[in-house]
Design a protein around this ligand. Structure first.
Ligand code: GDP
Ligand code: IMO
Ligand code: MG
Length: 448
């Protein structure tokens, strides 16, 4: 594994992860990379993700189905590490059909080992957030946390059980009294009945059955056939349950290492790790965000960048690019290539700021620190130090070559490269599939 790709040695199996707090543009980048991938594999998270693809001016938001699905030669895999809400997945298949793409088992495969998000997981997610009041995490309320809790506690329901009516009934009989005790007695909400859940599950199981398979064997067959594979991360590095700004995180590991556990491939079969970063920073939900802008500039970035959650519609908090954060993200993921997205959103700003360090006098952070402190309170006290850079006024959304970018935009990209220590292999200058500047053969051939 290592540095920029040469035409002679384009990495075969690639992991894509976000290096900030999610919504970096992973969906768009995976769609671009899907052209060279025979399998695109989601390996963690669930429908808390919202991955946006814009093709020929039409927008599609995917929540569970991998972002390679619009490439007809790509097979998409929902692997064992994902938590699947079958109702949401069926809805997504309907949405894709309305888009004009019929999805059969030749296009989508779901792991029999993936865990199922049940209606009581969704209920518990929203009940728990409600009682936290002002201290809430700001989850997507899709049931992600409660489902992963059951997985780790060894009382979860998996796809294989959903497909077996007897196993499903036995499982529900075992867990439902406890779920209802929590929902009804603790939170005062409406409980779920066994009959309602069985009626809910039966048609969903029937519809999903043809897609279910042993995805570990599928992935290893692709490996034996030397077929390029892409592992699509969801959320972002600082939402990782271990490495993120705990407890303001999601309930899965989001870093590149999880691609292996979450799909059944070994680390030695990975050849490159692509890290996606926005040219600035956003975060949706609660939690510390050192480079957040609380002024008109933050509002400007939200307006120009259309920074509203693809899953929940909530406004995203916006701030400057934080190179210290991203550099730490690079370490956590083993990132070999960067993709810088939404550079076009910065057009028109006279001066840009890049967070180049953290002010140790303003927090408990030692001057030598290259990682965030462990406690969320300490992260909230971190004050970035900034370097000013001149901006550019030109609209760059039609730029397709490095040379055609304004000199100040090139300088901004180069400064990020030198601060973070990884080359920017592709730049995205608009939401559309073709709005990219390719700088590395991994992403195709760069126009002159
Ligand atoms: P993901 O969760 O990482 O896939 O990202 P989201 O889809 O949640 O959010 C990224 C948003 O930015 C989507 O609305 C994309 O269509 C849009 N987007 C992606 N790349 C660019 C870009 O380079 N410029 C602009 N203006 N929008 C972009
Ligand atoms: P993509 O894949 C941005 C955030 C939520 C909340 C926290 C926990 O589109 O980048 P959860 O529902 O996971 O328990 O919520 O994580 N969050 C995301 N933020 N992008 C995402 O996914 C996110 N998925 C979860 O807002 O702060
Ligand atoms: Mg998103």
């Amino acid at each position: 594994m290592g540095g920029p790709s040469t035409a002679a040695a384009i990495p075969r199996n690639v992991i894509v992860t976000g290096l900030q707090w999610g919504d970096e543009g992973k969906g768009k980048v995976v769609d671009v990379l899907a052209r060279r991938s025979r399998l695109v594999v989601r390996f963690q998270g669930g429908n808390n993700a919202g991955h946006t693809l814009v093709v020929d001016g039409r927008k599609l938001v995917l929540h569970i189905v991998p972002s390679g699905i619009l490439n007809p030669d790509t097979r998409c895999v929902v692997a064992n590490g994902v938590v699947v809400d079958p109702q949401v997945l069926c809805q997504e298949l309907d949405d894709l059909s309305a888009w004009g793409v019929e999805i059969g088992s030749d296009r989508l495969v779901i792991s029999d080992q993936a865990h199922i998000i049940m209606p009581y997981h969704r209920t518990l997610d929203s009940c728990r957030e409600a009682v936290l009041g002002g201290d809430k995490i700001g989850t997507t309320q899709k049931g992600i946390g409660p489902c992963y809790e059951d997985k780790v506690a060894r009382r979860g329901l998996r796809v294989v059980d959903l497909l077996d009516p007897d196993a499903l009934r036995r499982h529900l009989q075992a867990v439902l009294p406890d779920k209802n005790r929590q929902i009804v007695d603790w939170y005062g909400d409406a409980g779920h009945t066994l009959d309602d859940l069985l009626c809910w599950a039966a048609p969903l199981a029937q519809r999903l059955r043809p897609y279910v398979a042993d995805t570990v064997s599928l992935i290893h067959q692709a490996k034996a056939d030397h077929q390029p594979m892409l592992f699509e991360g969801a959320q972002g590095t600082f939402l990782d349950v271990d490495h993120g700004t705990y407890p303001f995180v999601t309930s899965s590991n989001t870093v590149a290492g999880q691609a292996c556990a979450g799909s059944g491939i070994g680390p030695t079969d990975i050849h490159a790790v692509v890290g996606i970063v926005k040219a600035y920073t956003t975060r949706v939900g609660a939690g510390p965000f050192p480079s957040e802008l609380h002024d008109d500039l933050g509002t400007h970035l939200r307006d120009i960048g259309h920074e509203y959650g693809a899953t929940t519609g909530r406004p995203r908090r916006c701030g400057w690019f934080d190179a210290t954060l991203v550099k730490h993200g690079v370490r956590l993921n083993g990132t070999t290539h960067l993709v810088l997205t939404k550079l076009d959103v910065l057009s028109g700003l006279e001066t840009l700021q890049i967070g180049v360090g953290y002010d140790s006098s303003a927090s408990t952070l030692p001057a030598s620190a290259s990682a965030l402190p462990a406690s969320a309170e300490a992260v909230a006290a971190v004050v970035p130090t900034y370097q000013s850079m001149p901006g550019w006024t030109q609209d760059i959304t039609a730029c397709r070559t490095w040379k055609s970018l304004p000199a100040t935009a090139r300088a901004y990209v180069q400064r990020i490269e030198s601060l973070v220590g990884v080359p920017v292999a592709m730049i995205s200058v608009g939401p559309g599939r073709k709005q990219v500047i390719v700088r590395d053969p991994l992403f195709g051939v760069a126009p002159d």
